[in-house]
Design a protein around this ligand. Structure first.
Ligand code: PRP
Length: 209
């Protein structure tokens, strides 16, 4: 049988996902000793893991070159949903928040505010829900810098511990939504490899309870 191929978000989610597979009894030595390799085997060849950046995990699953993916809800909300979301894995927990400089009243005044973010779609839909007109500037990283240097009135970003905001004299103005890692599946794979995928999902559900 061909292995089930899983696209895994590199970094923090990778570590927790591998811990989960080990809890299920699968050998993950190849992942621990991966060096610069990007395709790795898990267990006795039941799974093949592909390591990718978050948005690319979705691309691989949508195109059907990976059957499954592990990706944060933040990336799902930003990049669309032409796949099935099977399971909340319970790790990678954080929040989307609107933040700005301490002592700055974000909702004061009538002029359109400027928001810097790595997540323009999430930001637009959040403010559309409030009927608020905002200007969105896309930033690739360290978004907290934007209000400090005067590029934006606020940011929409991920807050985990809150220490980055605190260290930069910023504060949460409003929480947007909760985020955690999700197991996603390609729509065709879910039909063609239903039994194997269901078996894995059931095992994962028990393990993360
Ligand atoms: C994320 C996020 C915040 C930080 C929040 O950035 O964009 O900057 O983590 O975490 P905290 O609340 O625990 O301080 P990341 O580390 O992914 O780096 P980046 O800003 O370069 O994307």
């Amino acid at each position: 049988m061909k292995p089930l191929r899983i696209a895994l978000t590199k970094g923090r989610l990778e570590k927790s996902t591998i811990e989960l597979f080990e809890k299920l009894g699968y050998n993950c030595d190849e992942v621990h000793n991966k060096g610069r390799r990007l395709i790795l085997t898990i267990g006795d060849g039941e799974f093949e893991v592909v390591l990718a950046k978050a948005a690319d995990v979705i691309t691989y699953v949508e195109h059907g070159v990976c059957d499954l993916g592990v990706v944060g809800k933040d990336t799902i909300l930003e990049n669309g949903t032409s796949f099935y979301e099977l399971l909340d894995l319970g790790f990678g927990k954080c929040k989307f928040a609107l933040a700005g400089k301490k002592d700055y009243d974000f909702y004061h005044g009538y002029g359109a505010k400027t928001i810097a973010t790595k997540y323009p779609n999430v930001t637009r839909s959040f403010f559309e829900g409030k009927n608020m007109d905002v200007r969105v500037i896309k930033i690739e990283g360290s978004v907290e810098l934007a209000p400090l240097v005067g590029l934006a009135d606020g940011i929409v970003d991920i807050v985990e511990t809150g220490s980055t905001l605190k260290a930069n004299n910023l504060e949460v103005k409003e929480f947007v939504t909760d985020i955690s890692a999700r197991l996603i599946a390609n729509t065709a794979s879910l039909k063609l490899r239903k039994n194997e995928i269901e078996e894995l999902v059931n095992k994962m559900e028990v393990a993360i309870k």
